[in-house]
Design a protein around this ligand. Structure first.
Ligand code: HEC
Length: 156
């Protein structure tokens, strides 16, 4: 293939990419997917620890400690960066974020901080024993729930 042809092919691909971008018409699609991914990762690790707390699987200090460390790491990533103004339910496909997030941003930020506090406490406790894991998970669950109650539109 000569260089001219290669150049033509490249611009065709670039144009196709631009067309696809223009057609989606949802500037928040990627960031909504990103925050869903962060939430789903936390939920997966919470699920592992929850199964131990419920007695569905035996307590395993190493698995619990790793899952708790994961939640703390993911929680530390969450910020307004994944919640740009305008990405609320009804304005961006797949978003279930309530507009109150931006109307009461200080409170939303407090809830992110509370999540990190609870996740760090869980991280410190999860590998100790089953009772410590349980106490830590209860605290974390409260932090998740407090934010969802106020700022997440229920899907049902
Ligand atoms: C500071 C607020 C806040 C905290 C704390 C928080 N969430 Fe969320 N979460 C949200 C919002 C807002 C949405 C809706 C986002 C959207 O649809 O764009 C959401 C959505 C979700 C979803 C649905 C994701 C999807 O793909 O639809 C899951 C699962 C979830 N959160 C799990 C958790 C877990 C587990 C925790 C605690 C470890 C947690 N969240 C803590 C605000 C929070």
């Amino acid at each position: 293939m000569n260089h001219l042809k290669l150049l033509g092919l490249t611009s065709a691909l670039v144009l196709t990419g631009l067309t696809v971008w223009a057609q989606t018409d949802d500037p928040f699609a990627d960031i909504v997917e990103t925050r869903h991914g962060l939430m789903m990762q936390m939920a997966a690790d919470v699920g592992k620890m929850g199964a131990m707390v419920k007695g569905e699987v035996p307590y395993d200090a190493a698995i619990a400690a790793k899952a708790a460390a994961n939640v703390a790491a993911v929680a530390s990533v969450i910020s307004m960066d994944q919640f740009p103004a305008g990405s609320e339910v009804g304005k961006s496909a797949d978003s279930f974020a309530k507009a109150d997030i931006w109307a009461a941003q200080d409170d939303f930020l407090t809830k992110i901080a509370d999540l990190n506090t609870a996740a760090e406490a869980l991280k410190a406790a999860a590998g100790t024993d089953a009772d410590s894991l349980k106490a830590g998970i209860m605290g974390l669950g409260k932090a998740c729930g407090a934010c969802h109650t106020t700022y997440r539109q229920s899907e049902g």
